[in-house]
Design a protein around this ligand. Structure first.
Ligand SMILES: [Zn+2]
Length: 354
């Protein structure tokens, strides 16, 4: 555990569900820990006892990526973890593959409706159906974007070019219809009211869910206990300022009581929401100061910033996140007027003090 993590409390200690199993974490609420084929090796899924249109069963929050092993874990849960009841609603926090990947499969199998925000639903469908053109993190356009931001090594660019349908490989389909959830909505799940709280900066319109009666906050990826939430500029919105949006969004969780149980998409359930939010603010303030300092030494591309912000060795998947994250910090400083940017003769965009 790192020192920051020690400031949080984990009520379940080291106890966590094995793959294909469920663990009760609150009344009528179960935790599933689904393996992922990335360095980030799992995503948390939540099951809530519910009744939808007269049908008793479970509302599931998030799904896992579309892979055969994920489906096999789900099969075990259907057989042993749902008290013989079906899934009656699929609620997805946001459009990233580890969350929406198997929504089409779950919805079809159980004839269950999908609940999602409009922006993330449409983005997921575009990326899933758009193939090479629609993919956000692969293909020629992504390679050009990374090149422009200073990634010059051939193998990385080549791998990016080849990774054309990356999103669609993990999200081969998205249900053809959905029920919209929006900021401030009250969704009734199992007779309890859950408030939808929208956050930005990580995904276009990320939905978190807060239940006052249970004192539980399903945070999705917006507040994580150990790692910081990825906040990246991506090729389809090259002039985005997602870090500003993310920092603004953190304000929206301030109304929740200090003893709220936070259920994050990655890591363990914890107490200490306000502590964690303060840590995130401090983390980004420090990174912004580092980035500004580096640009004051000499003009920096996003690729120049990556080794300053990330000291460890990164695989390609991690590099795509890291470069986007470096650029997010550069953009926040740029849009605040603290940096200027210029495209140099080598075609690389670099940032200097304003
Ligand atoms: Zn995410």
């Amino acid at each position: 555990m790192n020192p920051l993590e020690q400031q949080l409390q984990y009520p379940l200690g080291e106890t966590q569900p094995a793959a294909g199993q469920v663990l009760d974490v609150a009344p009528d609420l179960r935790w599933v820990r689904m393996p992922l084929p990335f360095a980030l090796d799992h995503v948390n899924i939540w099951l809530m006892r519910d009744r939808v249109d007269g049908r008793d069963g479970w509302t599931v929050v998030d799904c896992g990526v579309s892979r055969e092993d994920t489906k096999a874990h789900w099969e075990k849960i259907f057989a042993e973890g749902l008290d013989g009841l079906p899934i009656v609603r699929v609620l997805v926090t946001h459009m990233h593959p580890d969350h929406v990947g198997l929504a089409y499969w779950l919805c079809e199998r159980f004839e269950a409706p999908l609940a999602m925000t409009l922006t993330d639903y449409t983005t997921a469908r575009l990326f899933s159906e758009g193939g090479a053109q629609g993919g956000a993190t692969g293909g020629e356009r992504a390679a050009a974007f990374f090149r422009r931001h200073g990634v010059v090594d051939g193998p990385s660019l080549e791998q990016l070019r080849e990774r054309k349908s990356y999103y669609a490989s993990l999200v081969p389909a998205v249900p053809p219809a959905f029920d919209r959830i929006a900021d401030g909505d009250k969704v009734r799940i199992g007779g309890r009211e859950w408030q939808v709280v929208i956050g930005e900066g990580h995904a276009p319109e990320h939905a978190s869910l807060y239940c006052d009666a249970l004192g539980v906050f399903i945070a999705g990826d917006m507040v994580l206990p150990r790692i910081s939430t990825n906040v990246s500029v991506q090729d389809y919105e090259p002039n985005g300022d997602p870090l500003r949006l993310y920092l603004q969004s953190l304000d929206k969780y301030g109304f929740m009581p200090a003893d709220t149980l936070v259920l994050p998409s990655h890591g363990r359930p914890f107490h200490g929401l306000h502590t964690r939010i303060a840590q995130q603010r401090a983390h980004h303030a420090e990174r912004l100061a580092e980035v500004k300092e580096a640009c004051a030494q000499s003009p920096c591309s996003a690729a120049d910033i990556v080794p300053i912000m990330f000291k460890r060795k990164l695989d390609l998947h991690q590099l795509t996140f890291a470069l986007g994250e470096a650029l997010a910090h550069l953009h926040t400083l740029y849009f605040r007027g603290e940096l200027t940017r210029h495209t140099d003769a080598d075609g690389v965009i670099r940032f200097s003090p304003a």
